[in-house]
Design a binder for this molecule. Structure first.
Ligand code: DQA
Length: 152
C-alpha cells in the first residue's frame, strides 16, 4: 500500500492565523504544512498538502488519490456540513480517511454538528487545535502499517 498521504484543506483555511484567531488560533496554514512535513518524515510517510476554496478541486485531488495515495487526511472546513459530492468522492477512494477539525465543531452552532464526511471517515479529530493534523498522520501511519482499507 502506498505511504503517500493526501492532506486536503477546504475553504477559508488559507486565512488561518488571521481568521477568527480566538477559534482557530494564530498558526497559519504554512505552519501546519511545515509541522505535517516534519511529522510525516518521522513516520516514513510522503505527503501532498493542498488547500482550495473550490469544491471541485478537492474532488479532483481525491480522484487523483485513487491512483497514488494510501490514505487521506482531510479538513473539509465548511464543505464538511454541505458536500455530498466530497462524500461521494471519498466513498470512491479505497484507503483510510481521517477527518480533522481544528475547532470542536460539537461545541459550536448546530449546523456544524452534522458532517457528511463522517459517514465515510475511519476516524474524526475535532477540537485539538492544529495538533490534530499531526495526530491524524500518526494514526494514518498505523493504519497503513496494518494494511487497513477504508471504504465499506
Ligand atoms: C473547521 C470547522 C468548520 O465548521 C468550519 O466551517 C471551518 C473549519 C475546523 O477546522 O474547525 O472552516 O473545519
Amino acid at each position: 500500500m502506498s505511504r503517500l498521504v493526501l492532506v486536503l484543506n477546504g475553504p477559508n483555511l488559507n486565512l488561518l492565523g488571521r481568521r477568527q484567531p480566538a477559534i482557530y488560533g494564530r498558526e497559519t496554514l504554512a505552519d501546519i504544512e511545515a509541522a505535517c512535513r516534519r511529522e510525516a518524515e518521522d513516520l516514513g510517510l510522503g505527503i501532498r498538502f493542498h488547500q482550495s476554496n473550490r469544491e471541485y478541486e478537492i474532488i479532483d485531488w481525491i480522484h487523483e488519490g485513487r491512483e497514488v495515495a494510501g490514505g487521506i487526511v482531510i479538513n473539509p472546513a465548511a464543505f464538511t456540513h454541505t458536500s455530498v459530492a466530497i462524500l461521494d468522492a471519498l466513498n470512491a477512494f479505497e484507503g483510510p480517511v481521517i477527518e480533522v477539525h481544528i475547532s470542536n465543531v460539537h461545541k459550536r452552532e448546530a449546523f456544524r454538528h452534522h458532517s457528511y464526511v463522517s459517514l465515510r471517515a475511519d476516524g474524526v479529530i475535532a477540537g485539538l487545535g492544529t495538533q490534530g493534523y499531526g495526530l491524524a498522520l500518526r494514526r494514518m501511519a498505523a493504519l497503513l502499517d496494518e494494511g487497513a482499507g477504508g471504504a465499506s
